[in-house]
Design a protein around this ligand. Structure first.
Ligand code: SOE
Length: 402
């Protein structure tokens, strides 16, 4: 069993904030890193303590506790929530358990951090947002893990849009491209089944870009028009799965019941037009989240694969020497950067989780409303539902005549 995180340096003497995390795979590892590091880099009002991690497989969760620095391991999430040393429950499980765990944690008086998408349906997300609202009255906080808001460059972009540097926005262009499903032999994991994941690329990648676009623009989408596709409809069952999942057409394989790709356009209430593409079939693209905003006075462009940079075009400059310039977002007065390395030394993906933990700890200490809230998560869920409805109805899409 791992040792409890000991206070070090600036952390010593601060009141503890006990964290209990459910799930320990990819997201669990990323969140562990965030909780371990936040108080060692930032001067936090509370000291995050990695109290306990939970998973169903006893041996595996104990190994995860050792690896990631959690003091204890639990195999029942209800037992984790009931622990006196857990003040905040961090949910890193597939979407089908988010609602149940979050509602139980809020009912038990705990703060909650929940991975995105908030839930697998609007109905679940609504219940969670209602419970979070009531909990906020009692001083308990609930936040969704849209970590890409916490890249210093995207936080700077938000600041610049809010300052009016782009003027009225006309276009928002976003893509989130991965390629891990290109091989039809890739197994039918939980992310490819509706009952566990809710949706496919749409909920996994589309949720991120919807949230990021709305965050940067500063307002919600008013409507969408969408196309979705499932390119490979049958895949081999994962190793260890003995029976076909419901709807399995042949022994040893099962049906993909979610979208592989989602393309949609949208309109913001203020009039800006937006386009979105979320896919796991963009051969050669690994984690390519790109966003560009065009406004009447300027433009901003961001690429997650070059996340220390923000490109800015100031359209008010004389055309003779105007053009996109690269802002290296590593200066101490850039968001989050005052606590990190000297200019030019750069941050990465993992730091977004450190910043997420930092911001949530501040919110808990101050009793403020954390962002993105469960209400924000619900709003994203409504956009995802509208995309699915539009794609299903095919109502706005017009086939090109042949
Ligand atoms: C999917 O491949 C995934 O892991 C997402 O689930 C994460 O949210 C994203 O940040 C990276 O890609």
């Amino acid at each position: 069993m791992g040792q409890p995180q000991q206070p070090e340096g600036a952390e010593g003497g601060k009141p503890p904030l006990g964290i209990g995390m459910v799930g320990y795979a990819f997201m669990g590892a990323a969140h562990s890193q965030g909780w371990r590091t936040a108080g060692r880099v930032f001067d936090l009002p509370l000291r995050p303590v990695l109290a306990a991690v939970c998973g169903r497989d006893g041996a595996a969760v104990r190994a995860a506790a050792d690896r990631h620095g959690w003091a204890a391991a639990e195999t029942d999430w209800r037992a984790l929530i009931a622990r006196d040393d857990v003040d905040l429950v961090d949910i890193c499980t597939p979407g089908d358990s988010h609602a149940e765990i979050a509602l139980a944690a809020l009912a038990a008086g705990k703060h909650v951090l929940c991975e995105k998408p908030l839930a697998n349906s609007v109905a679940e997300a609504q219940e969670m947002a209602r419970a979070a609202e009531a909990a906020q009255e009692r001083g308990q906080l609930a936040m969704v893990g849209f970590n890409y808001r916490r890249v210093p460059a995207t936080a700077l972009a938000r600041r610049m849009v809010a300052e009016g540097r782009l003027g009225t926005l006309r276009h928002v262009r976003v893509t989130y491209l991965q390629d891990w499903l290109v091989d039809p032999g890739f197994p039918l994991t939980w992310r490819l089944r509706k009952e566990s994941a809710g949706s496919g690329s749409l909920g996994d990648l589309g949720a991120h870009i919807v949230d990021l676009a709305q965050f940067l623009v500063g307002e919600p989408l008013a409507g969408v028009s969408a196309l979705t596709e499932t390119f490979v409809r049958e895949r081999p069952l994962p190793a260890g799965a003995t029976s076909g999942l419901s709807g399995a057409p042949t022994a040893g394989t099962g049906q993909v019941t979610v979208d592989d790709a989602a393309l949609f356009t949208g309109r913001f209430a203020s009039g800006a037009l937006a386009s979105f593409e979320a896919t796991r079939y963009a051969t050669g693209r690994k984690n390519a989240l790109r966003i560009e905003l065009n406004g009447e006075h300027g433009s901003l462009a961001f690429d997650l694969e070059r996340l220390n940079e923000l490109h800015y075009h100031d359209g008010t400059e004389p055309g003779t020497h105007a053009g996109f310039r690269r802002i290296l977002v590593t200066e101490p007065d850039h968001p989050y950067l005052d606590a990190w390395w000297p200019p030019g030394h750069g941050l990465g993906y993992e730091h977004t989780f450190v910043h997420q933990a930092r911001d949530l700890v501040h919110a808990v200490a101050e009793g403020s409303r954390p962002e993105p809230s469960f209400a924000d998560g619900l709003q994203v869920q409504r956009v995802l539902a509208a995309v699915e409805e539009s794609a299903e109805k095919n109502s706005v899409y017009t086939p090109v005549a042949v």
